[in-house]
Design a protein around this ligand. Structure first.
Ligand code: UD1
Length: 342
């Protein structure tokens, strides 16, 4: 019998790519999503890619009663992957209570439900933002956590602590927190990808929207950083690679080999890429000359960060396979395909 996985936020950007990989690895997927930042159509597109349309249940996880009702009739869930959360760093500064309420209550409701309904394991979407600006690079899982710069980042730190404390107190439960670096790109099919609402905050959607003519120009936030070309450095990983890491995490949690009850893994390529290098990669694969302008630094930006992914490589047998160029090519294909459809 196939193992059943509950994916919250499964119609979102990383969630939808993960659902594809789970189905392709013979898991049965049930999605809960409130469609706040996504579309029910995505479930059908996942069906087009994999041949199996996942079951989509539309409600808000902050409603604990609805969650319990749903779980009363949905038995034998082997693991939860929890993506559903608000994720805009800038917005979180202006709406901190919305962020704390949404991101933390939904998580606590899920943990409560795991205890009541005997769901043994959970994978949590965390972020490299928990490291702030580290003194030493690359960052390992032992790099000290720093006070969060934004309420969004704080919800990830507090979320990890809530999980770790809950695992300590409940011996039947297991969890893995995955600290993502910068996911970019889209599924090679061109059927699913990132669809930001309004003006994108993240670099790659801004690049592709500028190239297609929706935005006038890209602003490069600062060229006076202490880096080789003066722009910030990040570890950009292809979203399909990231999605596969979730399958590895679920395999680990639901298999009987691993005895550890709570683990944390960095997910990145291990390679730092500057904003200018990202632009060059995009121009190379798209053949489009990008219009950009250097402006002031963006408040709260970190100068440079990239991962040491060796723990995930070794323990989960996971590593990135896609290049930056491949990720950019897929992001461009996706941008072109959605503009034709919408
Ligand atoms: C941040 C967080 C990440 C979080 C993500 C959610 C850190 C290190 N990373 O990513 O954990 O999940 O937000 O959104 O805290 N840039 C431009 N012009 C633009 C947009 C971006 O120059 O229009 C530059 C930024 O200055 C940065 C890089 O591109 O150097 C990447 O920015 P972005 O895509 O927003 O991601 P982070 O801020 O790294």
């Amino acid at each position: 019998m196939k193992k059943r996985i509950l994916v919250t936020g499964g119609t979102g950007y990383i969630g939808s790519h993960t659902v594809v990989e789970l189905i392709e690895n013979d898991y049965e997927v049930v999605i809960i999503d409130n469609l706040y930042n996504s579309d029910a159509e995505t479930a059908k597109r996942i069906g087009k890619i994999t041949g199996t349309t996942p079951h989509l249940e539309v409600f808000d996880l902050c409603d604990g009663k609805k969650l319990n009702k749903f779980l009363d009739k949905t038995e034998n869930i082997s693991a939860i992957i929890h993506f559903a959360a608000f994720k805009a760093v800038g917005e979180s500064v202006n709406k901190p209570l919305d962020y704390y309420r949404n991101n933390l209550i939904s998580l606590m409701n899920l943990l409560d439900a795991m205890i009541v309904h005997q769901i043994p394991s959970i994978v949590f979407s965390s972020s490299c933002t928990v490291y702030g600006q580290p003194e030493k690079l690359p960052v390992t899982e032992h790099t000290p956590i720093q006070p969060a710069i934004s309420p969004y980042g704080n919800t990830k730190q507090i979320g990890e602590e809530i999980i770790s404390d809950t695992i300590s107190a409940n011996h039947g439960l297991k969890a893995i927190s995955l600290r993502y670096f910068n996911p970019i790109g889209a599924h090679p099919s061109g059927l699913i990808g990132e669809l930001p609402r309004g003006v994108p905050e993240n670099l790659v959607p801004f690049i592709t929207q500028t190239a297609i003519g929706i935005r006038n120009e890209l602003q490069v936030f600062g060229n006076d950083y202490n880096t080789p070309d003066g722009s910030c450095i990040r570890d950009y990983l292809h979203v399909v690679d990231l999605a596969k890491a979730h399958v590895a995490a679920v395999d680990r949690l639901t298999g009987d080999k691993n005895k550890k009850r709570y683990e944390v893994f960095n997910l990145g390529t291990g390679k730092g890429v500057s904003v200018f290098e990202a632009i060059e990669s995009f121009e190379r694969v798209s053949g489009v000359k990008l219009k950009y302008r250097i402006t002031n630094r963006r408040p709260g930006d970190i100068e440079k960060i990239w991962a040491d992914p060796s723990l995930a490589n070794r323990e989960m047998g996971w590593k990135t396979v896609y290049s930056l160029d491949e990720a950019m090519r897929s992001a461009w294909k996706w941008e072109k395909s959605i503009r034709k459809i919408i």
